[in-house]
Design a protein around this ligand. Structure first.
Ligand code: AHR
Length: 510
């Protein structure tokens, strides 16, 4: 089999935002508690209660942002429950996730500390479903205001003098579902109302993210783009020292949630055959059509592509591991998850004109996790390795690609075997990430790239394994990890690669 990839070095006017490589941590199962927060008294090495091993591992993938506190949890979270002395914080029931007791020990200060330790941007999701406008306004004041006010007094009493910087703020989560079961016509007005009080204070500038559609709900996108913001010309008479801006609904981004799953029949993360392998590849690839259809709607209202699509929940969703709490969404992570991560990231990179941010769900111990923990032990998943390999694309310039790929045929269906994305960073280095989804067929790939010579320096790394369900365990943590790759030949303007079956390959060309 042979594929042909043409890489266009001239049409390079889009940046792959590093925020496409974002993450998500919800108060769900063992994500926050155990996965991130162990408490200051824990024998597990920690800094102010936050696990050191997890922070260290996440720093290695250049985590650009972290979304918190949910998810569904966000629309029943009352932030004042999570500040002040921990022993005085009220307990609540986490009604979405196992109906367990939440002790609120991990709250605003702990989350902002985590972000500082990770050197990452916080992305906070506010409560629209069961919270008030006032509560949301006060949270922003508590976080970002520098002057004298009731909220800053409270913040200082809780040990933080200076405000934090907070850019990304979501106005509710899945408000069509767990976030209030609203119709979009109702949510659009709620959005306009709540966002009015999410203000820029003390030089802090907020990027407001509206709740967007689930999957292919194009009506939701249409209504939000039409009604969610005011695109009329400003009334000049009303502009008095920028006061007018405060009356104008703004929407910098709109979310899109798409999970690779079969809601009618959840299956095992590790025990699957080729039919299920194919099925999950196909479900993953569907996101491209969905992004393109949403983009077409957005283009009607926002032809300059100012509003970003924020895919703040994506990834695989399988049956929980046997014997674990069904409400905790704990699943293993195999080579199949790595291939799925690679397909998604290639698609997001290639649509970076609209996709400004994405957050895989979730960072530790939940769904398609980067990291799994068991007591003091921690392992990195195959998906983690894809994020580590792909970090070269962060903030690099997209190089458009044109792919002619053979098909992977299974039963009566077929999918393109190869998918790719490419970029060039500021130093001139070219990065190419290629994914071969075929479970047992290698591929000769001819890459046409102007400027490459037989003396070019190429660093290659590949992620693959013998079995489609290969994964890392606490006993054998290094089953699936990247390896050096040098099965390629260089020629003038051409690179020929022998790409193994079921693999992810990243090439860096100097
Ligand atoms: O990521 C798990 C859950 O999936 C989130 O809480 C919710 O937003 C989505 O339905």
């Amino acid at each position: 089999m042979t594929s042909l990839i043409n890489i266009d070095k001239k049409n390079n006017n889009q940046t792959i935002s590093r925020h496409i490589y974002g993450h998500f941590a919800e108060h769900l199962g063992r994500c926050i508690y155990e996965g991130i927060w162990v408490g200051e008294e824990s024998p597990i090495p920690n800094t102010r209660g936050i696990r050191n091993d997890v922070v260290e591992a996440l720093k290695k993938i250049n985590i650009p942002n972290l979304r918190w506190p949910g998810g569904c949890f966000a629309d029943e979270y009352h932030w004042k429950d999570g500040i002040g002395p921990r022993e005085d914080r009220p307990t609540i029931v986490n009604t979405n996730w196992g109906k367990v007791t939440e002790n609120n020990h991990f709250g605003t200060h702990e989350f902002m500390d985590l972000c500082e330790q990770l050197e990452t941007e916080p992305y906070i999701c506010g409560n629209v479903g069961s919270g008030t406008v006032q509560e949301m306004q006060e949270w922003i004041e508590y976080l970002t205001f520098d002057g004298e006010s009731p909220m800053t007094k409270l913040r200082r009493k809780n040990g933080r003098d200076k405000p934090w910087k907070l850019k990304y703020f979501g106005i509710g989560n899945e408000n069509w579902g767990c976030g209030g079961k609203m119709r979009v016509e109702y949510y659009a007005d709620k959005y306009r109302n709540y966002q009015t009080y999410v203000k820029d204070l003390s030089g802090n500038e907020i990027y407001k993210i509206a709740c967007g559609p689930q999957e292919a709900d194009y009506h939701w996108m249409e209504v939000m783009m039409r009604e969610g913001m005011d695109r009329t010309e400003p009334d000049k008479d009303a502009i008095i020292e920028n006061i007018w801006d405060y009356h104008r609904p703004e929407m910098n981004g709109i979310s899109l949630h798409y999970y690779t799953r079969n809601r009618a029949n959840y299956s095992s993360a590790t025990d699957f055959d080729e039919t299920l392998w194919f099925d999950y590849m196909k479900r993953t690839m569907k996101i491209e059509e969905i992004i393109e259809n949403h983009t077409a709607i957005m283009d009607k209202y926002d032809p300059n592509k100012e509003v970003g699509v924020i895919i703040d929940e994506w990834g695989t969703w399988f049956k929980v591991e046997p014997g674990t709490n069904p409400g905790f969404l704990y699943q293993q992570n195999t080579l199949r998850d790595a291939i799925i991560a690679s397909i998604n990231l290639n698609i997001f990179n290639n649509h970076c004109d609209r996709v400004h941010m994405a957050n895989i769900a979730q960072v530790v111990n939940v769904l398609q996790a980067m990291i799994l923990t068991e007591g003091e032990k921690m392992i990195l998943t195959p998906s983690y390795h894809v994020f580590e390999m792909y970090k070269v694309h962060q903030d690099a310039t997209l190089l458009p690609t044109n792919v002619s790929s053979p098909f992977y045929t299974h039963e009566d269906d077929q999918l393109p075997m190869i998918n790719v994305s490419a970029s060039q960073d500021q130093s001139g280095q070219i990065n190419i990430s290629i994914c071969n989804i075929h479970p047992n067929q290698s591929d000769e790939i001819i890459l046409n790239l102007e400027g490459i010579t037989k003396d070019s320096k190429v660093i290659g790394r590949v992620l693959t394994a013998e079995k489609i369900n290969a994964h890392n365990t606490f006993e054998t943590p290094n089953n699936v990890e990247p390896a050096k790759f040098d099965d390629f030949k260089l020629a003038q303007n051409k690179l020929t690669v022998n790409m193994p079956s079921k693999s992810v390959l990243v090439l860096q060309i100097k």
